[in-house]
Design a protein around this ligand. Structure first.
Ligand SMILES: [Mg+2]
Length: 424
């Protein structure tokens, strides 16, 4: 897979190709949409509305009181005594998501959902018809209000590439409509710090500062060779391209999500250790597929179903993109631990589990992943690639990780289904 680097020296030929839609306080707005009583009130969507449950989505009104994602409910209520906890309804959000995507698809053939509440419309193939994307954005906002729900608001960003369009949605919330163009980009960037750029974590910003890059404007205006020399790597370079209107992000179109899942028989679930081995093998299966597709994922979903029909469902947004199976497993385990602590220790993986599944999505091409310079990530990445090559050349059994041997039994029949996109 190759990345398109359209470095446009002549910015007058640049088109505003990408329209990015980010729903505002999505889960909370969906609840307010269906329940009139909740409108204009500070509400907090939680997986468990008990005292130690954590807020997964505050409403716009709750955000104004300082309620943030991840707060424990008892802390949140101290801050905002009128806060109304509301239990989460994942199916409801999925239904709204589908309807919103249907609105976007009326205006664009190439709609790429990035998560349940974000998507972008790529207009770069509409070469002949010059679309006024500001007009399209206004129509999308209108249609979402009229056809999906009058209480649903979104911020829309328009720019020559996906990254800047996403950045534009962050400039004004809720209900924003912003354009980042060659004419205003320097003004926009001059008001931002490095860690305001989506995807640049605080640690990354610190690192760039040690290389003498202090601001987004500097990142944009330092010549690529100079950047490469200072950072002694590609770190910073892709950010520079993004800020100079190159498209380094839209490279994945075929593989929008990958899934590995298994039904578990009564006999199998008696042994809880074998369930852990199975989960590890599902993560490893996804690692192999991602290595093969040359992508990392930014989001993970873990699902478990229990006898009697109960479900466990967690969406994990990764701080930085991941590819390694053990890392995916670690993130899932952390989330389980949090859940168990909040729910009097009842283990998520127990002998009542009859199905487990892991999805990875929101992919980034591996070239575009910012490696932590002081970590072993680069070597580990190269190693996974090499292992994949050996497997392709000498067969699947030719090389294995030590962990795979340990999980031999679970490994052999771990087949992903649900989606067939990975069956190459
Ligand atoms: Mg949002």
């Amino acid at each position: 897979m190759s990345i398109r680097i359209n470095q446009n020296k002549n910015t007058s030929s640049l088109r505003l190709n990408v329209l990015y839609v980010d729903m505002n306080s999505f889960f909370a707005s969906c609840e307010q949409q269906v329940n009139y009583y909740l409108r204009e009130k500070p509400i907090a969507v939680c997986v468990y509305p008990g005292k130690y449950g954590s807020v997964i989505a505050p409403s716009i009104e709750a955000k104004k009181c300082g309620i943030r994602l991840g707060m424990r409910l008892n802390d949140a209520v101290k801050l905002c005594p009128d806060l109304i906890p509301v239990e989460t309804h994942p199916n409801r959000y999925r239904e709204f998501h589908k309807e919103i995507m249907a609105v976007l698809r009326k205006y664009c053939e190439d709609v790429v959902p990035k998560s349940i509440d974000e998507a972008f419309c790529n207009f770069s193939n509409y070469r002949l018809v010059e679309k006024d994307l500001v007009d399209v954005a206004k129509k999308i906002k209108r249609d979402i209000r009229e056809e999906v729900g009058d209480y649903l608001k979104c911020s829309i960003g328009i720019a020559p590439n996906e990254f800047l369009a996403k950045l534009a949605t962050d400039l004004r919330k809720p209900d924003g409509l912003e354009v980042i163009s060659p004419e205003n980009i320097d003004t926009v960037l001059s008001k931002l710090t490095l860690s305001d750029l989506p995807g640049i974590a605080k640690s990354m910003a610190m690192k760039l500062k040690t290389f003498g890059i202090e601001t987004p404007l500097q990142l944009r205006h330092t010549p690529p060779d100079e950047l490469k020399r200072r950072c002694k790597s590609m770190v910073g370079l892709y950010w520079h391209y993004r800020l100079n209107f190159s498209e380094v992000d839209i490279a994945m179109t075929d593989y929008k999500s990958m899934q590995a899942m298994r039904q578990i028989s009564k006999a199998q679930r008696k042994n809880v250790q074998s369930l852990w081995d199975l989960l590890a093998s599902l993560c490893l299966t996804l690692e192999k597929r991602m290595v093969k597709q040359e992508v990392y994922c930014r989001e993970i979903i873990f699902n478990a179903r229990y006898e009697g029909g109960k479900y466990f469902h967690e969406v994990i947004r990764c701080d930085s993109p991941v590819q390694e199976g053990t890392q995916i497993l670690g993130l899932i385990k952390n989330r389980m631990k949090l859940h168990e602590q909040a729910n009097s220790g009842e283990p998520v993986v127990n002998s009542a589990v009859n199905m487990m599944g892991v999805n990875v999505f929101n992919f980034v091409p591996d070239h575009a992943v910012q490696f932590d310079l002081f970590d072993k990530n680069v070597e580990r990445h190269q190693l996974r690639k090499a292992v994949n090559k050996i497997r392709e050349k000498f067969g699947k059994e030719s090389i294995k990780k030590a962990t795979e041997n340990h999980e031999k039994e679970a490994m052999t029949d771990a087949i992903g289904f649900g989606s067939v996109k990975h069956l190459y």
